[in-house]
Design a protein around this ligand. Structure first.
Ligand code: NAD
Length: 302
């Protein structure tokens, strides 16, 4: 499998496609944004003028898109245009890495299967830094043979490849992980604020908790308190990370799943509400999700 089409060359897709090129795959890219296309060309991708042109002759199609509606329109078609499933050859492998609803993933995989096209859902964890470093974690849903066929491609972009279960299970794993991440980040932020408001240095408190039973990923890798950790969004004004908007999307998907399965997720619902309260304007929605720390900071002198 050598000829790859890559659709959606944004913050995640751009570096993922670049890693495929580095690993020796011939990648043809398509993104409606000209800046994204220019970066893809600089990374060594060929370019398609349309998605249909980019997928012509491809052994595999990888997509990294913002929403389920866009994924559905692209592959299944909308009122104005036929979807890519109409033009892909049987045996083509679709790997959709976008974070979308599990039901959307199942619909795509079933429709592809009816045409003899193999498809898996393979959302990722790790963010833009892992996308650039080629160390993403992939959570795959679909049949075992299709996941096995995708492995050499995924291995060029990531270091962990999990087969979560049948179609849609990758998306379920992804929203479970991100719901826990949101809960843990909110808990870490309010705890750090409690320590600071009671006279502790946030770096000292972080070191203590990292080595104690409160230790968690946010403290280890992604401290939300400004100035505690170098190289994380909190130390650059919460820029260039995983946006509040994307976290809200994932928490919305988690709440839809919880509602569908009648599962009680009180902490997930609370985390979603806190993120909604925090992301009240467009500027905040663009900030990294660890900016939830600012919800707990009190004005000086308060
Ligand atoms: P992004 O907005 O930076 O990139 C999305 C790209 O898709 C854009 O360049 C856009 O022009 C392009 N696009 C839109 N419609 C298209 C179409 N019809 N055909 C081809 N391209 C199209 O978003 P991102 O941060 O790269 O995120 C992509 C996906 O990865 C999302 O589903 C997100 O939830 C998920 N994700 C993001 C992160 C992160 O840290 N940013 C981490 C894990 C998962």
């Amino acid at each position: 499998m050598k000829k790859i089409a890559f659709l959606g060359l944004g913050n995640m897709g751009g570096p993922m496609a670049a890693n495929l090129v580095r690993a020796g795959f011939a990648v043809t890219a398509f993104d409606p944004a000209s800046a994204a296309m220019e970066q893809a060309r600089q990374a060594g991708c060929a370019s398609g003028a349309t998605a249909a042109e980019a997928v012509a002759g491809a052994d595999a199609v990888i997509s990294m898109l913002p929403s389920g509606a866009i994924v559905r329109d692209l592959y299944l078609g909308d009122q104005d245009a036929a979807g890519l499933l109409q033009v892909l050859a049987a045996e083509t492998l679709i790997i959709d890495c976008s974070t979308i609803a599990a039901d959307d993933a199942r619909q795509l995989i079933a429709a592809a299967g009816e045409r003899g096209i193999r498809a898996i859902d393979a959302p990722v964890s790790g963010g833009t830094a892992a996308a650039a470093a080629g160390t993403l974690s992939f959570m795959c849903g679909g049949d075992a043979a299709a996941v096995a066929a995708a492995r050499p491609l995924l291995a060029a972009m990531g270091s962990n490849i999990f087969h979560a279960g049948p179609a849609g299970c990758g998306q379920v794993a992804k929203i479970c992980n991100n719901m826990l991440l949101a809960i843990q980040m909110v808990g870490t932020a309010e705890t750090l604020q409690l320590g600071v408001d009671n006279g502790l240095d946030p770096s000292v408190l972080s070191d203590i908790m990292k080595a104690s039973s409160g230790g968690n990923w946010s403290l280890q890798k992604y401290n939300p308190y400004p100035g505690v950790m170098e190289g994380v969004p909190a130390s650059r004004g919460y820029s260039d990370g995983f946006s509040v908007a994307l976290m809200l999307k994932d928490l919305g998907l988690a709440m839809e799943s919880a509602s569908g399965s009648a599962t009680s997720t009180p902490l997930g619902a609370l985390a979603r509400n806190l993120y909604q309260l925090h992301g009240g304007d467009d500027d905040t929605l663009r900030l990294d999700f660890s900016s939830i720390q600012s919800l707990f900071r009190r004005p000086v002198g308060d």
